[in-house]
Design a protein around this ligand. Structure first.
Ligand SMILES: Nc1ncnc2c1ncn2[C@@H]1O[C@H](COP(=O)(O)OP(=O)(O)OP(=O)(O)O)[C@@H](O)[C@H]1O
Ligand SMILES: [Mg+2]
Length: 348
């Protein structure tokens, strides 16, 4: 017990180990509003994580440990998350009951909704309409494969880190979106994170995540395509993908490739068209390193006929005076959505 918040951690360190880059956000919670203190992006060795799977946990742990050392991050208590195909988030309906009673039966409910063996999962849930009075209540069910969580904890321990909170990617992204773009919590919104290897699609309905889906699309493959099909060197391709100069021909090449993301979003959200909420996807928020790919935001906006915003996780957050180089922070901001969302959680 820590009454009155005494003993609560002053800072939260959000850690996002992506397949290409490690991101760390440090947020100070000692004041009345969260203050951003650090935003760090550092590369991970190539192919250390492939298709979401950690190929060499020892190497990843070593790299992360070294990043904390070199950046002088003395706080080793971190907030992290899990995601991908071994995590399922599902809004369900069940008989209305007290939360303590729901705890007893959630495993049984989950069995009907989650295609995993119940012996191998960690379950969590939240009642989404606690004030409701109907016979049924809305519940957001979360099931994560136990092995995924255990492996993550083992890796962090090897990196001399202490995971104090283990969140779910989609919830952390949601957190960062909500604080910066409160209007995204009304009606339908889509948050799409285009990363190094994976693009995650998250659909929110009145702030409740109703769908998350991963597409295997990212800057890694775009870079390989530019090297293979356009004869570019890896560095040149990387510069183009970061938005540093692309001629008309390259732009149209990338425009075509962006259609793949558009199609993926359309397919993932096709089910919405059959519902009364209508065919509209609401507004599209983009994040992840892939947002800098020339023309990608415009391509998606055009194809999906949707208003599109490149999300900035510190748009509405205070920044500790002098703590950040604001130009540099602006460039990396879209990559930091998940890490900032994690650092917004307070460690008890
Ligand atoms: N300032 C930047 N620093 C690093 N990478 C950048 C920058 N701007 C754009 N990028 C691009 O963003 C990519 C990394 O994006 P991001 O950090 O979202 O991916 P990730 O989290 O590592 O991957 P994934 O989520 O797919 O596992 C890089 O491959 C690079 O092409
Ligand atoms: Mg990522």
């Amino acid at each position: 017990m820590t009454p009155f918040g005494f003993g609560r951690k002053k800072r939260s360190v959000g850690l996002d180990i992506g397949s290409g880059f490690v991101k760390v956000a440090v947020v100070d919670h000692s004041g009345s509003a969260p203050l951003v203190e650090r935003l760090i992006v550092r590369p991970l060795g190539a192919d250390a994580i492939v298709e979401g799977e950690v190929m060499d946990p020892g190497l990843v742990a070593q790299t992360v440990d070294a990043i904390f050392d070199e950046e002088g991050l003395s706080q080793r208590d971190v907030v992290v998350s899990v995601g991908g195909r071994d995590v399922i988030i599902k809004p369900i309906q069940m008989d209305r009951m007290r939360k303590s009673d729901a705890k007893e039966v959630i495993r049984w409910e989950a069995e009907q909704h989650v295609p995993f063996d119940m012996d191998d999962v960690q379950l969590d849930f939240e009642v989404t309409d606690p004030e409701g009075e109907g016979l049924q209540m809305g519940v957001l069910l979360v099931a994560a494969k136990r092995e995924l969580v255990e492996n993550k904890v083992a890796l962090l321990e090897e990196a001399n880190l202490n995971p104090r909170i283990i969140d779910v990617d989609a919830f952390a992204l949601h957190n960062a979106l909500e604080i910066n773009y409160p209007e995204a919590m009304r009606g339908l919104s889509s948050l799409v994170s285009i990363g190094h290897e994976t693009t995650n699609v998250n659909i929110l309905e009145d702030g409740v995540p109703v769908l998350t889906r991963d597409l295997s699309f990212g800057t890694r493959r775009l870079s390989l395509d530019l090297q293979r099909e356009r004869g570019m060197l890896a560095d040149e391709a990387e510069n183009v993908l970061r938005g540093e100069g692309a001629d008309e021909r390259l732009r149209s090449f990338l425009y075509e490739r962006a259609q793949e993301v558009g199609r993926g979003i359309e397919r993932a959200t096709a089910f919405l068209e059959t519902q009364e909420v209508g065919a509209s996807l609401g507004r599209l928020y983009l994040c992840g390193g892939g947002v800098h790919v020339p023309g990608i935001a415009e391509a998606l906006a055009e194809r999906l006929e949707i208003e599109t915003t490149v999300a900035n996780p510190i748009e509405r957050l205070g920044v500790k005076p002098g703590a950040l180089d604001l130009d540099a922070a602006r460039a990396i901001a879209p990559l930091m959505m998940l890490s900032v969302g994690l650092a917004l959680r307070r460690i008890a």
